[in-house]
Design a protein around this ligand. Structure first.
Ligand SMILES: Cc1cc2nc3c(=O)[nH]c(=O)nc-3n(C[C@H](O)[C@H](O)[C@H](O)COP(=O)(O)OP(=O)(O)OC[C@H]3O[C@@H](n4cnc5c(N)ncnc54)[C@H](O)[C@@H]3O)c2cc1C
Length: 408
């Protein structure tokens, strides 16, 4: 039988994390194969600023993620297309007077982060990958089966019937990772009991380069600023609602939905004038007990999914990518095999604790704001006002969210 082609690293999933990892590893002498289920999307990105021209899925990238994308050569493509810097963040409690204001000037930065459309991010990573001769893209293609042979090589069987041999297999295939399932990684997971309703909306007033978040007892509601200048006032909506309410909200006529959203948002930016097609995603917290097995590593959503209330999902995922790439390249230069347990253990040690801490914090926030009991409501409102006045603590929180905290 003919021997299967071999690569040093096979990455399953060419979303944000998988594409970024392939880019981070390229140009260092490693051969990389990137396997993606969807066909490559070669069409032009919309240049218009109508509601349906925006990708309803956006991410709030913190300065650390932006710096990583710049290092991998993918930030320029996003800048050339479009993104929206947010300089301010306003968070308030629907059940009281507690509020916190964050401003980039408090930490001497020019922005707290950037809102970027998912497809623009993936497209920019892909554009850079085209120039990488050492990265081979197989798309559309799916992983069907995988195993590890006696010599420690990963053997991959693909849906098309072709086979591949790899020194390391990386799962970047998202929240419902097939690699994680095939290789029987254990996870701890629970349903948040929330769905996120995602859409693009047009508001009466300017968003003021501010990320707005109101905590309701039914879940947090966020409006994130989009590019469009003073004329359009477009924002990306991420409205987390308990699963009992999602169907009713999704079933409303557009005008009724806009009115319900306006009321839920206290019309802080005036009336909601229009809304694009809505999408609803179930929200689940999931954390792999281990990120590694011999010859295999999980990254980003394949390793952890987190409530979007603090917009940290892919920010943590890109940090996984950066650390894994750093450990693999250091090992490669020393002549160590990329899939060796010592290399992978270093990756897991550096990432798991930080991801877990963020997940626990987000879960705590979500639960705290769901509590109807008066003493707890009083406490959290007083706490918010206290944090707002405690400048060093506020700076610390901002630096953590921005990915620029120097110590924990
Ligand atoms: C409503 C919402 C709002 C969010 N907002 C933010 C935010 O503001 N900031 C933030 O940091 N994060 C945010 N997140 C999280 C963020 O979207 C995710 O963390 C991120 O998209 C995960 O990227 P990924 O590359 O790991 O996975 P994915 O984006 O899911 O990519 C996985 C890729 O793998 C491919 N694939 C799957 N199975 C296979 C297979 N068997 N074979 C080959 N390919 C396969 C898929 O086609 C896909 O291209 C949000 C999430 C939600 C739901």
């Amino acid at each position: 039988m003919a021997e299967s082609p071999r690569c040093d690293v096979a990455i399953v999933g060419a979303g944000i994390a998988g594409s970024a990892l392939a880019l981070a590893l390229s140009g260092q002498g490693l051969s990389v194969v990137l396997i993606e289920a969807q066909p490559p999307d070669g069409g032009q990105l919309p240049a218009g600023l109508e509601l349906e021209d925006f990708d309803p899925r956006v991410v709030a990238l913190n300065p650390r993620s932006r710096a990583l994308l710049a290092q991998w050569g993918a930030w320029q493509g996003i800048e050339d297309y479009r993104s929206c810097a947010y300089r301010h963040m306003t968070v308030w409690d629907a059940d009281g007077t507690g509020a916190i204001e964050f401003d980039c000037s408090d930490v001497g930065a020019s922005a707290l982060g950037h809102i970027v459309e998912n497809r623009a991010l993936v497209r920019s990573l892909f554009a850079r990958l085209q120039a990488c001769a050492d990265v081979r893209l197989l798309a559309p293609e799916r992983l069907r089966a995988c195993s590890r042979d006696a010599a420690g090589e990963m053997l991959l069987e693909l849906e098309s019937g072709s086979r591949l041999q790899a020194g390391l297999l990386v799962a970047a295939d998202g929240a419902n990772s097939r690699v994680r399932e095939l290789l029987e990684f254990r996870t701890r997971e629970w349903d948040y009991g929330h769905h996120a309703i995602v859409a693009t909306v047009q508001l009466e007033h300017d968003h003021q380069a501010t990320a707005w978040q109101r905590f309701l007892s039914t879940g947090p509601l966020a409006l994130l600023p989009l590019p469009g200048g003073a004329r359009r006032h477009c924002c990306s909506l991420v409205w987390s609602v308990d699963s009992a309410r999602v169907e009713a909200l999704m079933g409303l006529e557009t005008t009724e939905f806009c009115q319900a959203l306006g009321r839920a948002f206290e019309e802080r930016l005036g009336r909601v004038l229009a809304c694009s097609r809505r999408h609803a995603f179930p929200l689940r917290q999931r954390h792999a007990v281990d990120y590694i097995k011999p010859g295999v590593a999980l990254v980003a959503d394949a390793a952890h999914t987190i409530h979007p209330l603090a917009g940290q999902g892919i920010n943590l995922g890109l940090q996984d990518v950066a650390v894994l790439a750093e450990e693999l390249l250091r090992a490669w230069q020393r002549g160590e095999a990329p899939g060796s347990p010592a290399v992978l253990k270093r990756y897991q040690r550096r990432r798991k604790g930080e991801n877990l801490a963020m997940m626990v914090a987000m879960d705590g926030f979500k639960r705290l704001f769901e509590q109807p009991a008066l003493p707890l409501r009083w406490l959290r409102n007083a706490g918010m006002r206290g944090v707002d006045r405690a400048r060093p603590l506020k700076q610390r929180l901002m630096e953590k969210a921005m990915g620029v905290a120097t110590h924990d």
